[in-house]
Design a protein around this ligand. Structure first.
Ligand SMILES: *Cc1c(COP(=O)(O)O)cnc(C)c1O
Length: 394
């Protein structure tokens, strides 16, 4: 009898031959500046834990307290009986933080994007999307069945041109960009995009997954960074990165949020966060305001580490944020660099096609607020050593 799934095995073998097969690294400690993976203590440059909140005592305490008072699960989806007071408090807290009317929290940033784009747009509508937007935006766009027009990365003029072509064409138009792009660490051209959206009556949507807690006043994100309050009607963020826990959210008008309560499919058909998650997220927003030095440390570390990489001769691409890629070209080289770094006590993962363009494979690094200078120096030394051995730098 033949195995109808045999093609999976063939594909896996091909990936192994091409050197792009990836085994999961197993984390055996907390996610922190230094962590234990696969039995080895390493400097962790592979997390999105920008501010070190995954292990913050106030978040831990809030989570434990919530478990004691409210148990471990919410029992249902939000629209049946799974809306807890904690969920509503968190949504109000985020809306205040982002200076908007209202907020809806989803199980993840992925669910927030996919659920929102597919709920807002339909078959007759148009989505104008940056070519490097996150996979969850792309999936949401496909689910919506709207017509998708992709513009070159960060090219606000090209986005405006597409919108101009659509002037007078029926259907709603959604212009959408990441605030910070997750593979290159560059910032979206929001002022130009917002202007184009306003000129052509399009809905502007920004995904601030990598910028909330990182950019803007007290980490309010790219909309605050560029002074665009009131001009981006659909703002997405995540609770899984700088906030240190899990979840995604959409901020905007009360109408937008109530519409999503009725139509966003992950909200309607997937169980809400456990109370510990909501409580820990609430505590994180307190910490953001009480400990501004965390964001300062994050940027100081970013500058220091990026300068060290550039001085060593590495290509860090277009990065403007704590996401710093080390671009090496071939996926095989990226994985070899990543493996060599691990041997030297540094975790930073190789990323190749199709996550990034062919020939643009890289090892991606993200420093956090809690890395010490000594750790960053050790990581830089490992990069120099392995980079020379592989002929990436001299
Ligand atoms: C990580 C990320 C998401 C998904 O967020 P999760 O909370 O991890 O699901 C969405 N958009 C962008 C741009 C991201 O980088």
């Amino acid at each position: 009898m033949s195995n109808p799934l045999a093609y999976l095995h063939d594909q896996l073998e091909e990936w192994k031959r091409d050197g792009v097969y990836q085994r999961l690294r197993i984390l055996q400690s907390a996610s922190a500046a230094e962590s234990r993976f696969d039995g080895k203590e390493v400097i962790n440059l592979a997390s999105n834990n920008y501010l070190g909140l995954t292990t913050h005592p106030k978040l831990r305490e809030a989570a434990v307290e919530a478990v004691k008072r409210f148990g471990v699960g919410s029992g249902a989806v939000r629209t049946i009986s799974g809306t807890m007071a904690l969920h509503m408090q968190l949504e109000e807290r985020i809306a205040d933080f982002k200076n908007v009317e209202a907020c809806v929290v989803f199980q993840s940033g992925f669910a927030a994007n996919a659920g929102t784009v597919s709920a807002l747009l339909g078959l007759e509508d148009h989505i104008i999307s940056d070519e490097l937007n996150h996979a969850s935006i792309i999936d949401g766009a496909r689910l919506s069945r709207a017509k998708i027009r992709v513009f070159p990365h960060k090219d606000a003029a090209a986005a405006g041109k597409i919108l101009a072509e659509l002037d007078g064409v029926s259907g709603k138009k959604l212009l959408i960009s990441d605030g910070v792009f997750s593979m290159d660490g560059d910032i979206g051209p929001l002022p130009g995009l917002v202007e184009a959206a306003e000129r052509h009556g399009a809905i502007m949507m920004v995904d601030d997954a990598h910028s909330s807690g990182v950019l803007g006043k007290a980490g309010r994100g790219t909309i605050d960074h560029f002074g665009l309050h009131g001009r981006v009607p659909v703002q997405v963020g995540t609770l899984s990165k700088a906030i240190g826990v899990l979840g995604g959210y959409v901020c905007g008008s009360r109408d937008l949020i109530e519409f999503l309560y009725h139509r966003a499919r992950p909200f309607l058909f997937s169980t809400s966060h456990p109370p510990a998650v909501a409580a820990a997220c609430l505590a994180a927003f307190d910490v953001l305001e009480q400990e501004p030095e965390r964001i300062q440390n994050l940027w100081d570390n970013t500058k220091y580490f990026k300068q060290g990489l550039v001085a060593a001769g590495f290509d860090t691409g277009m990065s403007e944020t704590p996401i710093t890629p080390v671009i090496v070209g071939e996926a095989k080289t990226a994985h070899a660099l990543s493996n060599g770094l691990f041997e030297e006590g540094v975790l930073a993962l190789g990323i190749g096609f199709p996550t990034v363009a062919k020939g643009k494979a890289r090892v991606r690094t993200i420093v956090t607020a809690t890395h010490t200078r000594e750790e960053l120096d050790r990581a830089l030394e490992a990069f120099r050593k392995v980079g020379r051995k592989l002929g990436i730098v001299v």
